[in-house]
Design a protein around this ligand. Structure first.
Ligand SMILES: Cc1cc2nc3c(=O)[nH]c(=O)nc-3n(C[C@H](O)[C@H](O)[C@H](O)COP(=O)(O)O)c2cc1C
Length: 326
């Protein structure tokens, strides 16, 4: 009988798929410790981007995203998992402990896992087709399942305030030399295993990114300016603001992105307005009405026609895995 046996090659396959998770500047700030029936997630502070992510929030949200990706990947490969978040108060970088139990995969888990390798961060302007309300409701439901709120920003006044907050944050960050240096180091590469490659960046983000795109190093994607953009703007939020809430925010981000990808929508996370204290406060008070703590802004819509975006690179998986000696 092999019913309770956890196959280590299957765990490695799931970890390799989970590594496709989005992370701030593709920094992949995580590592894994793998035991015979368990996987432990740790944050890697060496991969923190202090000038961009002054509070370390993006780092934890990124780890939440890889945690949810892993749970989906494990479930799809026949490994149900129960998770304890922040299992050890004396070790704050130990973000999660997963216990694994063999169980056949369900259809929903297979569909979400299939979306993992198709998902991309798409910084282009989307088409002018609206995102159907039924799809937005499904995304809200996915976030709620992970304990987070997803708020579509549809009314003119809060939407305008959100766009202002994005521009204000960009202006403040771009005036900071350390921010500009960090952004240059982490973007525009051609052969790195991390960072945002030129192939995934716009040549002119200001003209084509609908006024929301972060200004990275110059990219290779050309897009004509001036066409309308039907992207929905949504804010992902939690009810509190501690590392646990940020981790859950990241899990919800992953759930929303994978569901959006599964139904054919293009997505782009935008953390810039939440990285600057003043603009973050505007999003919390004037966009969300003070009711919740924003963890990320999302653009969701229909990708323009053209060649699909290439996948961004990842670090070799074995660099991120350590075996637990038992
Ligand atoms: C917490 C977080 C914040 C992010 N912030 C931004 C952002 O402000 N602007 C942007 O263009 N992409 C942002 N991204 C997307 C990452 O740059 C992207 O996930 C990474 O480059 C890997 O590419 P991929 O998502 O296509 O796999 C963010 C992702 C995460 C998880």
């Amino acid at each position: 009988m092999t019913t309770n046996h956890v196959d280590q090659r299957t765990v490695r396959t799931a970890l390799a798929l989970a590594a496709r998770a989005p992370s701030i500047h593709n920094s992949q700030p995580w590592r894994w410790v793998v035991g015979p029936r368990s996987v432990h997630l740790y944050a890697v502070l060496r991969r923190w981007l202090p000038a961009t992510d002054t509070q370390g929030r993006d780092l934890i949200v990124s780890c939440g995203a890889v945690l949810h990706h892993l749970r989906v990947a494990l479930a799809a490969t026949g490994l149900a998992n129960s998770v304890r978040r922040m299992p050890n108060p004396s070790e704050p970088n130990h973000l999660a402990a997963l216990e694994l139990h063999p169980r056949p995969a369900g259809d929903d888990e297979l569909a979400l896992a299939a979306a993992i390798s198709r998902r991309r961060t798409d910084r282009r302007k989307f088409t002018d087709w609206e995102v159907p309300a039924a799809f937005v409701d499904e995304l809200i439901e996915r976030a709620a399942e992970q304990g987070a709120l997803l708020r579509p920003i549809t009314e003119a006044a809060p939407r305008a305030r959100l766009l202002d907050a994005i521009r204000e944050a960009a202006q403040i960050q771009e005036a900071d030399t350390a921010y500009r240096t960090e952004t240059a180091v982490w973007s525009g590469g051609y052969a790195d295993v991390d960072g945002v490659p030129a192939a995934n960046l716009l040549r002119d983000p200001v003209a084509t990114g609908a006024g929301t795109a972060r200004r990275f190093s110059e990219g290779l994607i050309e897009q004509a300016a001036g066409e309308p953009d039907g992207a929905a703007l949504l804010v992902l939020a939690t009810t509190s603001d501690d590392p646990l809430a940020q981790l859950r925010g990241g899990e919800a981000l992953s759930a929303v992105l994978l569901h959006a990808t599964a139904v054919g929508l293009a997505t782009c996370p935008l953390s810039q307005p939440l990285e600057v204290g003043s603009s973050r406060q505007v999003v919390q008070d004037e966009v969300l009405g003070g009711s919740a703590v924003p963890q990320l802004v999302l653009r969701v819509g229909w990708a323009p026609a053209g060649a699909p975006l290439p996948p961004t690179p990842r670090r070799p998986i074995d660099e991120t895995i350590e075996r637990l000696v038992v």
